[in-house]
Structures are given as structure tokens and as C-alpha cells.
Design a protein around this ligand. Structure first.
Ligand SMILES: [Zn+2]
Length: 472
């Protein structure tokens, strides 16, 4: 019962989660709180996992909600794709700002969940005093409900934005991202935007007392690329070993990779992250973050950062061997030896450049190289002042002292494809969680209940700031 122990300080010591300080569903102090909750609750039982074909039903539910709030049929498109679907929702503005639209994105699919492993049924929304539980509560049906309800609320208020607002809901973010690529390829004009908010990840962190400590906005992702490298040999009987051997050849090449230091890389985003996040780290690591942010040639600071698994990726590309496959019989000389090398490439560095570097470092022209799949590189998004000023202003309505920390995400999301299509993208959610309660993709996925009204307020105010002339 590790969880019960944690819940006590969280519920009673924290001013953030006390019921009288948070709008309740019953009182509906935040308009459309009930609508967002109902949409979330109705969506959890829809098993929008690969192969079940439930995404179109979920999309139809969202559409029904939007039409009831006054959106026209032609502005709420469901675009079928194999057994899933994407959605494009346009909130028409008066165009008075002369600015391009703002894109909002989230995904309708979830990763599978096995009821036998969960404490509660993953496909029923279950709540206690603090959390809503269920598959998709944090990733990503909560945010789908919030942005949908926010559009409904603004429409009901008669709000006319000074630029168009577009929602793109994707249908297979957790697997192939084929619906995202369909949107960036076949619907490029319809998703065209000055920038995008990918409402899936980032967001607020809480400490054990329920105090908000930082608000993260992911503004870049590393490029995921996997290569295989193979040494070949004629082989033969192991009782008569040859001078050359595929396993030795591959092992020697891998040792060269082990000894290699990838070049130092940094950008506006990683340096600003080091400066902001140093205060939460403290100690030697915090000091190294500050030193490196001031002087990227400082070797000691770099060595300290690179000794930390969670920090090394912020200082450059990383490539590590993850799998080996060699030989075919215990008494035969190996005819081939293959290593799989997984790279997380720093924004701005190409996949080809990285492969060429690996080939140089491992320095054996006889090795055969392959790139797996089709890795897509994306640059870091600029820290647009308009975007970050709006976040700082509106996040402080509920969290007055919180630092907004731009960050590079270690994993891939839909934002990768929007960036690759030339749309700067910022990943953030209004969800506040303790890191140990972040159970996306895992068992007993949950979201803090107080995050629902607060997220509704955040996105409502964000849109008012970014798409109207009168400040909210
Ligand atoms: Zn997600």
C-alpha cells in the first residue's frame, strides 16, 4: 500500500488539492467542467487501441458535442484512415489580426491495457478523492476532453477569435503516427498554422506535498534512428579457426564506438533548460548545468552532465548498441555478426550525417550498414516570445510562482511531424502530477481531478490571450 501512504500528505498537506480551493464538478464554477468530465467519462470505455476500430466512434462522440455547441458540420471533419481516424476541427475567426491560425493537437488512441493486471477496470472511469483512473485518463483522453470543451465554451460565449483556431486529433499516435503523417502530407493547407500546441505531455510537476514546482513545455525532440552494422566472413569449422572472424571484427568496431565522445551540441532551448532546471537539481549536477549554460567549452561541466543518464542527451547525439546477433552454431565459425545501434540525434543534425559519423568512428570499410525504417528528423522549435509570454501569464493565474521550463523531450510525439512540416510545436498539458503518479502507458493510469477545471481555465485564457485583441 505504498500508494495510501503517499496519498495522506498529498491530500492534507497541500493547499492545492483541498476541495474548497478547487472548483468542484457539482458547483461548476468553471463553465463546461461538467461537459469535459462527461466526455472523458464516456470516452474511457471506448477501447481506442489498435485493431478494435473504436476511434471513429470516439470521433463521432466528439463531433456530436461540438455540433451541439454550435459548430457547423463542415467545420468538424472526421477523416477515416484504415480502422482508425483523424479529426480536423476549425473554429473560424474574423481574420482581423492578419495572423495565421493556431493549431491544437492531441490523440484519440490509447495503448492497450489488460484488466487482469489493473487494480480497477482500465476501461471504466473510476475516481477517488484525488484522482480519475482509467486507460487514457492522462494519455490523452483528458486533454482531448479539455480542448474540445474549451472550444465549446468559447463558442457558447460568442467568442470570435481574431485568427482561426484548428484542432487536429490524430488516431494512431501510440503506434505508427500514420494519421499524423496523413495530415501533414494530404491536409497541409488545413493544418497550416503559425505554431502548434501538442496537448500531450509536458505540463506541471507536483512535489509530495502537492505543491506545484515547475511547468514544462517540450519544444524539441531528439530524432529516433536505428542502424544495424554487420561484419561478414566465409566462416568454416571452429576446429580450424581462420585469422579473421566476424565476431572479433564487430567487437573491435563496437569498442571504438564505446571510446568515442560525440561532439558537444547545444541550442537556445537546452541552455535555457539548464539555467532554469539547475535550481531543482542543486548539488554538483546543478552547478554543472549552470556552468555549461554559461560556457559550453567547460570540459568538467560537460563530463559531469555526460555522466548522468538523464542529462547526457541534452549535450549531444547519443548512439548505443542495444542488440547483438551473431553466429549460427556452437562449432561453426560465424558467417555474420550484427549489432543494432539506437541513436537519439540532436535537433539540427541529420540522420545521414549521424550514419556517416558512425561509419568513420567504427572504421572498418568491410562493415555493412543499414538504416531501419524511415527516421524523420525535426529541428528544435524557436522559443517564440508570443507563446511563452502567454504561457507565463496564464499558468500563473492558478500557480503564481511557478517557473515555466522549456525542455527537449526524450521521446517522440506527434509534434515531431508538425515540426518536420514546418510548424513550430510546443508540447504542454494543464495536468499537474507528481512524477511517480505519471503512469501513462502503465498500470493504474491516473490524473489529478483538480487538473480538470484548472486545465479548462488555462486553455480558455491561453486562447483569449493569443487570439483576441482584448487581454483576458
Ligand atoms: Zn500521448
Amino acid at each position: 500500500m505504498k500508494f495510501a501512504k503517499l496519498l495522506i500528505p498529498f491530500m492534507f498537506a497541500s493547499p492545492l488539492v483541498l476541495a474548497d480551493q478547487v472548483a468542484t464538478l457539482e458547483q461548476e464554477e468553471v463553465p463546461f467542467h461538467r461537459a469535459a468530465f462527461d466526455l472523458l467519462k464516456q470516452s474511457i470505455p471506448m477501447q481506442t487501441v489498435p485493431g478494435k476500430g473504436e476511434v471513429p466512434r470516439y470521433a463521432a462522440l466528439i463531433k456530436e458535442n461540438l455540433l451541439s455547441a454550435g459548430f457547423s458540420d463542415k467545420d468538424v471533419q472526421i477523416i477515416p484512415y484504415k480502422d482508425t481516424a483523424a479529426m480536423l476541427i476549425r473554429y473560424r475567426g474574423d481574420g482581423s489580426s492578419g495572423k495565421k491560425p493556431i493549431l491544437f493537437s492531441a490523440h484519440l488512441d490509447v495503448v492497450p491495457a489488460d484488466s487482469d493486471d489493473w487494480e480497477r477496470d482500465p476501461f471504466t472511469l473510476i475516481e477517488d478523492d484525488t484522482f480519475y483512473y482509467g486507460r487514457g485518463t492522462s494519455d490523452n483522453k483528458f486533454d482531448v476532453a479539455v480542448i474540445t470543451a474549451t472550444f465549446m465554451r468559447l463558442k457558447s460565449e460568442g467568442f470570435v477569435p481574431n485568427r482561426d483556431l484548428v484542432i487536429a486529433f490524430t488516431g494512431d499516435e501510440e503506434t505508427d503516427m500514420a494519421t499524423t503523417m496523413m495530415l501533414t502530407r494530404d491536409y497541409r493547407d488545413e493544418i497550416d498554422a503559425e505554431y502548434a500546441f501538442v496537448i500531450d505531455g509536458g505540463g506541471g510537476l507536483l512535489d509530495d506535498n502537492g505543491n506545484a514546482t515547475q511547468f514544462i513545455v517540450n519544444s524539441a525532440e531528439k530524432t529516433y534512428a536505428t542502424f544495424t552494422v554487420t561484419a561478414r566472413n566465409p566462416g568454416g569449422h571452429s576446429s580450424v579457426p581462420r585469422q579473421d572472424n566476424a565476431i572479433y571484427d564487430l567487437a573491435q568496431a563496437l569498442q571504438k564506438l564505446d571510446a568515442y565522445e560525440f561532439p558537444v551540441r547545444y541550442n537556445e532551448l537546452t541552455l535555457s533548460y539548464f539555467k532554469q532546471a539547475a535550481q531543482f537539481e542543486g548539488g554538483e549536477l546543478g552547478a554543472a548545468m549552470l556552468t555549461f549554460a554559461d560556457d559550453t567549452t567547460n570540459k568538467e561541466a560537460l563530463a559531469k552532465l555526460r555522466s548522468e543518464p538523464t542529462m547526457i542527451g541534452n549535450t549531444g547525439t547519443t548512439c548505443v548498441p542495444t542488440m547483438l546477433d551473431a553466429g549460427h552454431a556452437e562449432n561453426a565459425l560465424p558467417q555474420s555478426a550484427t549489432a543494432t545501434i539506437n541513436c537519439r540525434i540532436f535537433p539540427g543534425v541529420s540522420v545521414e550525417e549521424t550514419l556517416a559519423r558512425l561509419q568513420r568512428v567504427m572504421d572498418n570499410p568491410a562493415l555493412e550498414w543499414k538504416t531501419l525504417g524511415e527516421p524523420i528528423a525535426s529541428d528544435a522549435s524557436p522559443l517564440l516570445p508570443e507563446v511563452f509570454a502567454a504561457i507565463e501569464k496564464n499558468i500563473r493565474v492558478d500557480y503564481p510562482a511557478i517557473p515555466v521550463v522549456p525542455k527537449m523531450a526524450p521521446g517522440a510525439s506527434d509534434a515531431l511531424h508538425f515540426r518536420a512540416a514546418g510548424i513550430p510545436s510546443y508540447t504542454m498539458t494543464g495536468i499537474f502530477l507528481r512524477p511517480e503518479d505519471e503512469m501513462s502507458h502503465g498500470l493504474n493510469e491516473r490524473v489529478t481531478k483538480f487538473s480538470l477545471p484548472r486545465s479548462l481555465t488555462l486553455w480558455h485564457n491561453m486562447i483569449k490571450t493569443l487570439a483576441s485583441d482584448t487581454a483576458n
